[in-house]
Design a protein around this ligand. Sequence first.
Ligand SMILES: CC(C)(COP(=O)(O)OP(=O)(O)OC[C@H]1O[C@@H](n2cnc3c(N)ncnc32)[C@H](O)[C@@H]1OP(=O)(O)O)[C@@H](O)C(=O)NCCC(=O)NCCS
Length: 199
Amino acid sequence: MPLTSKPLSMETWPEFARLVDKHNGIFGGCWCISFHLTGGEEQRGASAYRAMKQKLVREGRAHAALVFDGPDAIGWCQFGPTGELPNIRSRKSYEEGLGYLPDWRITCFFIDRERRGGGIATVALREALREIGRLGGGTVEAYPEDYTGQRTSNSFLCSGTLSMFEKAGFKRDRKIAMRRWVVNRIVPRSRAKRAANRS
Ligand SMILES: CC(C)(COP(=O)(O)OP(=O)(O)OC[C@H]1O[C@@H](n2cnc3c(N)ncnc32)[C@H](O)[C@@H]1OP(=O)(O)O)[C@@H](O)C(=O)NCCC(=O)NCCS
């Protein structure tokens, strides 16, 4: 069966939650909330993070492209307007070199541990970019790690690899940690969105 993709929403929340539960909340209870947090919201624990994430999804303030194999979600790429994802890594260094804020950020990937190494994150990135186009497009930034020619722990790569972003048309902007880059590209507004606006 070919892979499909749907945006994270209340409709797809049950499949998203099943994937997170299968992995013990991700990192023991992150629930993909870390990049949404603002000061004072850290250290709340798994059940609080689950509730926070569900509330953000209900309010349309948490975005991700979910990849499905049949009825099962097997991974995602988290993205969102910059204000939705303030808590990026290496923030101090990022802010030192900041010229302008992008319209969108891509912050995090998670793939079912039984399905890794098969190109699912690459599909999730493609679908996230498609969804950004559908939502109006604009400048997109990501913060991948450079492990070119090397293997590393899968958990070090939650923001993706430099090579997968370069293959998706991103350009290097600046380095903000030993292996972490700011990369960016422009995503055009998709035809579907333009057509919808005309009608
Ligand atoms: C990192 C991760 C997203 C990769 O997913 P995947 O479906 O296996 O990735 P793909 O097969 O699409 O590979 C994408 C690229 O990453 C590279 N890659 C994947 N795993 C790698 C590893 N362990 N070390 C080095 N490179 C790796 C691939 O070689 C490929 O590079 P290429 O584009 O140059 O060929 C996956 O292992 C994962 O979910 N890890 C856990 C992340 C996490 O903890 N997230 C929590 C949220 S903060």
